[in-house]
Design a protein around this ligand. Sequence first.
Ligand code: PMV
Length: 355
Amino acid sequence: MDIQDFIYKTTQLLPDLSTYASEAPSNIALVKYWGKFGEQLPKNTSISYTLSKCKTETKVILKHRIEATDQFSFEVFMDGEPKPTFKPKIETFLKRIEVYIPFLKSFDFEIHTHNTFPHSSGIASSASGMAALAKCFISMEASVNPQLTQEYRTHKASFLARLGSGSACRSIGGKLVVWGEHKAIEGSSNLFGVDYPYTVHEHFRDMRDSILLIDVGQKQVSSSVGHNLMHGHPFSEQRFLQANENVSKLTSILASGQLDDFFALVELEALSLHAMMMTSSPYFILMQPSTLAVIQKIWEFRTSENTPVGFTLDAGANVHVLYPASAASKVRYFIEEHLLPFCQGEQVIHDVIKF
Ligand code: PMV
């Protein structure tokens, strides 16, 4: 599929005045995306697990517009409260997708959104948020064109979500999602996320992700600033090669069931992402002292208890503790006893990735 396939071709242009609702999960990357080109295209391939409890629920209410103008006319609400500060990012998104979803200027509309996790928790809500919104727009398109196949709807939702926030294209559904063309992954595309198509050993089919909320403040650096800093970064080309090689290595690990190799690769990815931020100009340290303390504790516990557990990080201080279901009771006890004191307000979100 290429870009032309996503241009709106339905002859009946306008969906009904109605409410269109959708939800989308959050995702956590195992191989990280950091660096982009063109219109939200990734400089390397990334792979993420889809979370099941952390998600965004969104509804879009289309209302009669007395006079269509060349401006979008919409309001955004989160948990029933107006959120004008969300509008600029959504407006940029709407402009980018206009050729693919061309009818929105014909309506006044309201976007109502709710996250199942705290908004300012430092968990990326833009991925699930943009994905949920994209799915609402696809349900509008599908309402006037019921012929669209499920596969087309999923790919187009991911394609649109990408234009809102790159990693959002991995938040449409599925369990392990790949984004970015890769020679070892058939069907992979820069334009949208696809389900990981190969064998996944049972060790990786029932994982837990306990998200330790180390710093629930606002992000120090927006991801668009971070991605831009990869242009002209002295190590960026090597980083893109490393990520693509890690995707190949991960495909073997996923088939083999080697948990040690899995955690070694996933932790290397997390630290490489942060190394890029720490060596860009200007530089950023997004980890907090508690992030490092938690990482040390995880390593000590893994060695002393010989338990399969590891961590990954997003572009922030929070720590995602990953472990298979078989180790859940032991790791949960360890988290409660030793890691909670490092979390703000002792907050932790226990999520599940189950195939
Ligand atoms: O989707 P963006 O543009 O907010 O980028 C986020 C990228 C990371 O979350 C840091 C890594 C990833 O692959 O999800």
